[in-house]
Design a protein around this ligand. Sequence first.
Ligand SMILES: [Ca+2]
Length: 436
Amino acid sequence: MKAILALLTVSLASLFANFAVAADGASGVALKLLATNLTGPTVLGDYDGKRVLLAEQVGPLHLMTPDGQLKPFGDLSAKLAVNLGKFDERGVLGVAMHPKFAQNRKLYICYSVPLRASAPTNWNHTMNIAEFAAKGDTLDVASERVLLQIDRPYFNHNGGRIAFGPDGFLYIGSGDGGHKNDINKDDKDQARGPRGNAQDLNTLLGKILRIDVDQPAAGKPYGIPRDNPFVKGGGRPEIYAWGIRNPWSLTFDRAGQRELFEGDIGQNRWEEINIIVKGGNYGWNLKEGEEWFNPKGENKPLEKPYFDPGNVQFIAPVITYENLASAPQTGKGKSVTGGYVYRGKALPQLAGKYVFADWSKNMGVAQGVLYTAARGGDGKWTMNDLALASHTSGHIGAFVWAFGEDKEGELYVLTNQTGALGTKGGKVWKLVKAGQ
Ligand SMILES: [Ca+2]
């Protein structure tokens, strides 16, 4: 009976929540459907000012016109380690065009391949960050130059989003190695040391990395920017920031202070958006949100850190929301899908706001929710539902896989109709003015 009452309470609450959204659907923002028949679309970004490059997690890459017409650009399917038909966090995870792509035709792709021979044999796969050239308007797969390989103990928490900064360097989000809590699953898995990967400066897992693709060091495929934090020792020289769990978005604000926003998927209690700065420690797995994380009991935060981190300044997230896994009544979702600061022209009501989403409230049901966050005069961010005028409930009714941005700064939402990679239910939507 108690369970039935609880269920009833939840469904009534969600009913009222939907009413509230519908009544308040004055965002003036709608979604325009541009492309369908995709599988887990992960990346969308400017290609040549006229078209965008669109990647599917399972391998195909396309060029897309403003009216949603797709033309094949390339296909990495044959190289990938990815499970079709299942929930998977591997595949094509990030694409970044070289800042001088129009001249040099170089682009960078982060994707998952079968475990390389030099990796621990019980690990899961290897993540490649590779340079490719475009030949005409197609990906020249044979031109590949692998820059960096990161071995991964589990299939999950890869991150894999990449972006060029205003400094011309390539930034790479690398998740903590997976399983959960950033601790070893058992004595045999040896996926990390006793203090996890994200706080361990001798591994590239659980970090934001920064490399120079244009000026390789002698005998190396890439260079290390000379002001990276550990260029003189103390940690891996590629590390730019650390204490990261699962960075599912890594985007620079194209205006303002050109800040680097990162969506960090939480464990059971808090989803986070961080503004990444050089040398910043973002807390994981000592902290989740602003609490001391308990790696042996993810729903029960600790009074103090589980090991003494010494004199460390942790950088708190700018936006957090509770995870339904530990807060079934008050939580907003399960997994943050980071987005972009809106700098387009079509939607002035979003100007300067960070647009993002929760992936879905339910692993099995398509209940993603779009959010915006605005920075107040005191520097604090406030998060709000982005009610969609195009959708009766105000909600998208899909799993929100990722966001994309075109040359004009207009934003796109990439969705999948299930949580798995088995169907062609993936779609591309554009954020547009309601009524158009
Ligand atoms: Ca954090």
